[in-house]
Design a protein around this ligand. Structure first.
Ligand code: ATP
Ligand code: MG
Length: 336
């Protein structure tokens, strides 16, 4: 089929309001551009096709061309398409980690340059580290920077209670992903860790994970796959091997904690007497998400008291409240 035939098909399907025909013809045209090694053009067209599919506004005509896969038994969606606009500057992590992330972005952007040397960009990346250190946040930033929608998959939600369904759920998710170019996040990959004490469950989960790994091995297309976990020490070597890179998120050191306080307290006027080094000292071992929560709490205290600026007392009260909450969580309140 010639280019003009393909374009004619796209026009005709539009005229006939035939979503499936439109979608198939558009896909065919993208594949045609890919065969001609016009990777950038193909990627741009894919982006345009999927944005028009998922945005709620202007293009309702083709909104349902690409249905979101659902669990057969319960009917819940197996993934979510999300759009973000967050800059890389909002992520405060150590230089090394940031560099690793930026390197993956550069490789993705210049995948065709690498391809001419027979090299492949990193396509499967494991994000690991303590809760609240920025793993999910990073996936949103990657999606924003590359301007490609995020396909968000809660790993544990596809683990169906009907075990037979799990493999088919996974298959549906992978089929969807392979149909386009996405940033994909398999979040809460921790299910492997959570079930380790229950040997029966664990056997089943292991099977599911193996299934997932096989699909990951054979995945087609140009999507960037991210998987996030905070139980990295429980992943066996078979899993590590599958990923082209592993990015580890550490708890913030004092410089980064200070930068986090500065960033998250930016919306409010501050008392000149604030002892930031003390707040930084008091929050040793806290995650960025903890510090965000503390600053929000402190700002609320000051706003609700109608005080003109945030005080040291607001910050310390918020830190105290947070520490108390953690004690409850860790069962350290002295209850029997
Ligand atoms: N490194 C960071 N720099 C700036 N803000 C951060 C950072 N890490 C986390 N945050 C803030 O905390 C929120 C929660 O973090 P996020 O959801 O990314 O944590 P996570 O590492 O995915 O944790 P979990 O393992 O519990 O899923 C983010 O939306 C962001 O506002
Ligand atoms: Mg997360």
């Amino acid at each position: 089929m010639t280019t003009s035939d393909l374009i004619k098909k796209i026009f005709l399907s539009f005229h006939e309001k035939d979503n499936d025909a439109f979608y198939n013809a558009a896909r065919e045209y993208i594949e045609y551009e890919k065969r001609k090694k016009h990777t950038i053009v193909a990627r741009e067209l894919e982006k345009a096709l999927y944005i028009s599919n998922s945005s709620s506004g202007s293009n309702k005509r083709f909104k349902n061309a690409l249905p979101i896969p659902r669990d057969t038994e319960k009917g819940f969606p197996l993934l979510e398409i999300q759009h973000f606009d967050i800059s890389m500057d909002s992520l405060l992590i150590c230089q090394e980690t940031k560099h690793q992330l930026e390197q993956a972005l550069r490789e993705f952007k210049d995948a065709d340059v690498l391809a001419t040397y027979n090299l492949q960009n990193k396509k499967k990346i494991l994000l690991c580290g303590r809760p609240g250190t920025g793993k999910t946040f990073s996936a949103r930033i990657v999606s924003s920077v590359l301007q490609i929608p995020l396909v968000y998959v809660r790993f544990d939600s596809i683990i169906s209670s009907y075990l037979g369904e799990t493999a088919s759920n996974l298959r549906k998710v992978f089929d969807f992903i392979e149909n386009g170019t996405w940033i994909v996040l398999f979040d809460e990959f921790d299910i492997i860790g959570k079930n380790r004490d229950d040997s029966h469950e664990h056997g089943e989960i292991k099977r599911v994970v193996n299934n997932f790994l096989q699909m990951l091995d054979n995945i087609k297309g140009d999507s960037l796959i991210l998987a996030a976990t905070n139980h990295q020490y429980m992943l066996d070597p078979a899993i590590w091997r599958r990923f082209d890179d592993v990015i580890y998120y550490e708890l913030p050191d004092e410089h980064i904690r200070k930068a986090l306080f500065d960033l998250y307290m930016r919306p409010i006027k501050k008392d000149p007497g604030i002892d930031l080094p003390k707040a930084v000292h008091l929050t040793q071992g806290f995650s960025p998400a903890d510090i965000k929560m503390i600053t929000e709490e402190a700002m609320k205290l000051s706003i609700l008291d109608s005080r003109p600026c945030l005080s040291q007392n607001d910050i310390e009260t918020a830190i105290y409240k947070f520490s108390r909450r953690e004690k409850v969580r860790n069962n350290q309140m002295g209850d029997r």
